[in-house]
Design a protein around this ligand. Structure first.
Ligand code: TK8
Length: 355
């Protein structure tokens, strides 16, 4: 039975991936040169271009962080590296763009960790619901713990370089049907999740009816009623105008999504050590700005959503505990798939950071 379910899931994920691919091809740049062997740094006098794509729009703190990255990289490399920025999924969805990085047909993207788990399963450790209790704990674990760095170190084997973590943030549920404040309210709600098995299983455990979907298709799916709801941080709910098609937001904060700044290994290997250093430092610096802007945005836009007439439902500690209890067996089931060692190390890092 489990096999069948995961087979079906794989099929639907592939379908989603294919749709994403079609969208991406319209605007993605030149195809990879056939047979190019990309290991030696490019000649110093040659300007190289990073095509950086994200799924969110140009109002989102993630895009502002990306513009900051561009500014630093172009200044520090004296123009030897130029960064072209694409927002709103112009180059495709998280998953499509990661595949393009692997192929070397795109150089940079900043996906949530949830879809990265389809490439390196350990990344699903961050999809464990209620793992982080606050942004401060998340910062300490993601930016200072050994295990978070070790996870980034698993990416080159997949043709990807993970420069550092940025913040997508605590995810909150929105829907068009009812105010959700207790477990019973999840019953049969059709909820779009990211393309991640642990997210799907967690929402199923709460009694909802989740379905994986690429971000670019989400607004239309909510508008047309294909799904009743979705979950994302407040900044996204506001800036992507989800309030136009969703009447209710619940402050579930069920998962904290990190972003990872990814560069294609091909581009990385063609860069000089000095350029690599600049890219890494720029990603870290711009990440500080992105985090700060994101936190300001989450606060400000929650007020805007309230003013705009969305019902905002707090989750009581009791309801949160009930949710955690329902999801706990799912997390246990997934521990092996994520990697027991990784789960243990991240939990230890969380504990250390919570002191
Ligand atoms: C944007 C995604 C998005 C994520 C999602 O590319 O898909 O819901 O939260 O913000 O990374």
């Amino acid at each position: 039975m489990r096999k069948l379910v995961s087979g079906l899931l794989a099929a639907s994920l592939m379908a989603v991936g294919l749709v994403g691919c079609g969208g991406g091809q319209q605007t993605s740049g030149t195809p990879a040169k056939e047979g190019s062997q990309a290991t030696a740094p490019a000649p110093a006098d040659q300007q190289r271009i990073i095509r950086a794509g994200i799924g969110l729009n140009d109002q989102h703190p993630q895009y502002k962080g990306l513009l900051n990255f561009k500014e630093i990289v172009e200044a520090e490399t004296n123009g030897a590296i130029k960064v072209e920025t694409y927002h709103s999924g112009q180059l495709g969805d998280d998953r499509t763009m990661m595949e393009a990085l692997q192929l070397g047909t795109q150089e940079m993207t900043i996906p949530s960790t949830a879809p990265i788990a389809n490439f390196v399963s350990d990344f699903s450790v961050y999809d464990i619901p209620f793992l982080f209790s606050s942004e401060e704990v998340a910062d300490k674990v993601l930016l200072e713990s050994e295990i978070s760095q070790q996870l980034l170190d698993k990416l080159p084997a997949q043709g990807l370089i993970g420069l550092t973590y940025w913040e997508n943030g605590f995810r909150n549920l929105t829907n068009s049907k009812r105010a959700v404040g207790a477990v019973a309210d999840f019953k049969d709600l059709k909820i779009r999740t990211m393309e991640n098995q642990l997210h799907l299983a967690s929402f199923r455990a709460l009694g909802a009816n989740p379905t994986p979907m690429a971000f670019s298709e989400l607004f239309t799916a909510m508008q047309q009623g294909t799904v009743d709801g979705q979950e994302n941080p407040i900044a996204t709910i506001y800036l992507q105008k989800f309030y136009e098609v969703q009447g209710h937001v619940s402050l579930t904060k069920h998962i904290y999504s990190p972003f990872v700044v990814l560069i294609s290994k091909k581009f990385w290997d063609e860069s000089t050590p000095e350029q690599q250093q600049i890219l890494k430092k720029a990603a870290e610096e711009a990440g500080q700005l992105e985090r700060q802007l994101n936190r300001e945005a989450n606060e400000k836009y929650l007020e805007e959503l309230k003013k705009g007439g969305m019902t905002v439902t707090e989750i009581s500690p009791e309801a949160r505990e009930e949710m955690e209890a329902l999801i706990a067996p799912v997390v246990d089931q997934f521990a092996e798939r994520i990697g027991k060692d990784t789960v243990e190390k991240v939990r230890a890092a969380v504990q250390e950071a919570s002191k």
